[in-house]
Design a protein around this ligand. Structure first.
Ligand code: GUN
Ligand code: ZN
Length: 427
């Protein structure tokens, strides 16, 4: 079945920081969708046919759906927990909450709510940490598969420095991860991420098992945390006294590769930056979380200059919003504090094609290229009275994008399509 989705259309085919010819904008454009995939993008007049069903989103702006490269599914009821920095925040709020995810019915209910929140905020793909319990990953994959929504997720492996309710063992963590990979990796649009939470909560024996899984499944992503907070770094280096630095722990167990997503990556030493660049390992910038937990300022410009590819992400529940627009807003300010600039075109490239590139998935998501899945977001730049007033003075597409980047949130999301299917009713 074919359908035409009409509106103002914007998609990126190159990085605005590399070249001026980076996007295509159609004032009266349309996306031709067949069986959940993009068949063509062009001017409406070129694609319109009397037999085609049409959805008209004019005057709104249609873009590829947003991609969130680091988020914690079991923290939907942790977001906005007061007053602590990372290690206290984990112990006080996060581990107790995650301990509930093996209770009957809890993970499925939360998975449904979580995916509804993502699409309500324009996010069509996320890379998610689940709880230690395989039921949590099972619930998230089942719910995402039912929506035909591309999720990359994994149960956290953690076998120390947390309450027993959220611990596994090296063998159990390996076996449960392996069973989830067999069941879900490559099932429909689902992909597995091997997920040692971070070095503090994994013994060397467990890191060994994570390395074995990564060797046995080189097609899977690996996600973890790196150098978010200075107390975290000190504790980590006490636990691994042989390590040259924090990254060296992950290196020792064979985890560095372009498939590795290193959440936060703030307080890095020169050797760590060089090794991340050499191995293609990805950094993930989590602006709202880094400010909320008082963690520090991510050096996007420095890492880019070193040749590292960075994703950008919400990190809910350390992060304070599901909105990738609000994430860009805070990201802009973090770069400002360091004399760096996030341009509107770079910002919207980052949360679409840029994050897809960081995941090695730009052939499927993040662009409007024919053959990509029809994961789309429809943006209303005048969603609030304050935005409408400001928009009256906007003269260019870039002005409009910047208003969305700074003032936008879920109120600006008119519709979200997942594989061609609208996720909002009445939108
Ligand atoms: N480091 C280890 N676990 C977590 C987590 O859940 N959130 C954040 N922000 N950092 C972490
Ligand atoms: Zn995180």
């Amino acid at each position: 079945m074919q359908q035409l989705i009409r509106g103002r259309v914007l998609g990126f085919h190159a990085d605005p920081q590399d070249t001026q010819h980076n996007h295509r904008y159609l004032e009266d454009g349309a996306i031709l969708v067949e069986d959940g995939r993009i068949l063509a993008v062009d001017d409406y007049a070129t694609l319109a046919r009397p037999d085609l069903p049409e959805i008209d989103h004019r005057p709104h702006l249609i873009m590829p759906g947003f991609i969130d490269t680091h988020i914690h599914f079991p923290q939907v009821q942790v977001i906005a927990s007061w007053g602590a920095q990372l290690l206290d925040w984990l112990n006080t709020y996060t581990f107790p909450e995650e301990s509930r995810f093996n209770q009957q019915g809890h993970a499925p209910a939360m998975a449904d709510a979580f995916l509804n929140l993502l699409t309500a905020h324009g996010t069509t793909t996320a890379v998610a940490f689940c709880s230690v319990h395989p039921e949590s990953a099972e619930a998230l994959f089942s719910a995402a598969h039912a929506r035909n929504m591309a999720m990359i997720a994994g149960k956290v492996m953690m076998d120390r420095n947390a309450p027993p309710e959220v611990l596994d063992t090296p063998q159990q963590g390996y076996d449960d991860s392996k069973a989830l990979i067999d069941r879900w990796h490559g099932t429909g649009r689902q992909r597995y991420a091997i997920t040692p939470r971070f070095a503090i909560t994994s013994t060397p024996e467990q890191m060994e098992m994570a390395g074995a899984l990564a060797r046995e499944h080189p097609d899977c992503h690996v996600q973890t945390h790196l150098s978010e907070n200075t107390d975290e770094i000190d504790f980590t280096l006490q636990l691994y006294p042989q390590a040259r630095d924090y990254l060296d722990i992950y290196e020792t167990y064979g985890l560095l590769s372009p498939k590795l997503l290193l959440g936060h990556s703030i307080h890095l030493r020169p050797r760590e930056i060089a090794r991340m660049a050499e191995t293609g390992s990805r950094a993930v910038f989590c602006p709202t979380s880094n400010l909320f937990l008082g963690s520090g300022l991510f050096d996007e410009g420095g890492l880019r200059a070193a040749g590292i590819t960075s994703g950008i992400a919400t990190d809910v529940g350390g992060g304070t919003s599901y909105s990738m627009l609000q994430t860009l807003n805070e990201g802009y300010k973090i770069l400002q504090l360091q004399g760096q600039k996030l341009t509107p075109l770079s910002a919207f490239h980052w949360i679409t094609r840029g994050n897809a590139l960081a995941l090695g998935m730009a052939d499927r998501i993040g662009t409007l290229d024919p053959g990509s899945m029809a994961d789309l977001v429809v943006l209303d730049s005048r969603a609030t009275p304050a935005m409408a007033l400001r928009m009256d003075r906007a003269e260019t597409l870039e002005h409009e994008l910047f208003i969305l980047q700074i003032m936008g949130d879920d109120r600006s999301i008119r519709q979200t399509y997942v594989a061609g299917k609208p996720m909002k009713t009445g939108g």
